[in-house]
Design a protein around this ligand. Structure first.
Ligand code: PEP
Ligand code: MN
Length: 266
């Protein structure tokens, strides 16, 4: 029987099968200088893809919601200059059109979008026919596995073959150690249901604090995750969003060097 989700296509798409796939970059693009500084620093590290926050669906109003189209020409020229791949969050069909216009090559669906089947279906319909574009689907903010699977099914149903899931933790009641509780059993169950789907951990949004990123990333690799997405900023304390969880490119290099990577099993 033909399965809609192929074996680790996102990993092969980046040009090699090295695990883990490393995605790093700023929570939000804030200026051309900030983007340039971080991209040039990440280019010399073991980073496969740059993440850029262009449209930022924030929980509360009156927060920075991203520079939008203004930032896209900067991404386009850095892509030409460095040859790096770039991924961004898309929440509407218009975001998809604009991101494609400026050469962004990978999309992800954010946790606040995955919760809404009509929004996800609108994105799926906009993606139909673009079979090769990689799309990563974050878990919904709430710990609802069926909603996460449903969003993946909608995007797969539009013919997208390069799919991955991103585990970014789940909102809960009260304040715990983590910004978003990892609830590891949910991504583990997702991997059981969809064993060929690459699973990427976002320790930045799970931890919410810089010093939790390394242990969370290690835990994910111990569980045989396929990749990591880590928010990286040239000057994290001054970041316009998620300041407490971003790390400098230099710290990212240390985190990656400290990680113990599981040997592939035969
Ligand atoms: C982000 O990636 O910066 C972001 C807003 O993430 P999430 O959708 O996981 O909250
Ligand atoms: Mn963020």
């Amino acid at each position: 029987m033909k399965t809609e989700i192929q074996s680790n296509p996102l990993l092969t798409w980046v040009g090699h099968e090295r695990k883990p796939l490393i995605i790093a970059g700023p929570c939000s693009v804030e200026s051309e200088e900030q983007l340039r500084e971080v991209v040039l620093a990440l280019k010399d590290q073991q980073v496969d893809m740059i993440r850029v926050g262009i449209w930022k669906p924030r929980t509360r109003p009156n927060s920075f919601e991203g520079l939008g189209e203004t930032a896209l020409p900067w991404v386009q020229s850095l892509k030409a200059e460095t040859g790096m791949r770039f991924a961004t969050e898309v929440a509407t069909p218009e975001h998809i059109d604009l991101a494609l216009k400026y050469g962004i090559d990978t999309f992800w669906i954010g946790a606040r979008t995955t919760v809404n089947p009509f929004n996800v279906q609108a994105l799926a319909d906009a993606l139909r026919g673009m079979d090769d574009i990689p799309v990563m689907i974050k878990n919904p903010v709430n710990p609802d596995l069926a909603l996460w699977v449903g969003a993946i099914e909608r995007i797969a149903g539009a013919g997208i073959k390069n799919l991955a899931a991103i585990h970014r933790g789940f909102s809960g009641l009260g304040k715990g150690r983590y910004r978003n509780a990892p609830v590891w059993q949910l991504p583990i169950e997702l991997k059981r249901i969809l064993p060929d789907l690459p699973l990427i951990c976002d320790p930045s949004h799970i931890g919410g604090k810089r010093d939790l990123i390394q242990p969370l990333a290690q835990k994910a690799l111990d569980l045989n995750y396929d990749g990591l997405m880590i928010e990286t900023h040239p000057n994290p304390d001054e970041a316009w969003s998620d300041a407490s969880q971003q790390v400098t490119p230099a710290r990212l290099g240390e985190i990656l060097a400290e990680l113990r990577i599981r040997k592939p099993q035969n």
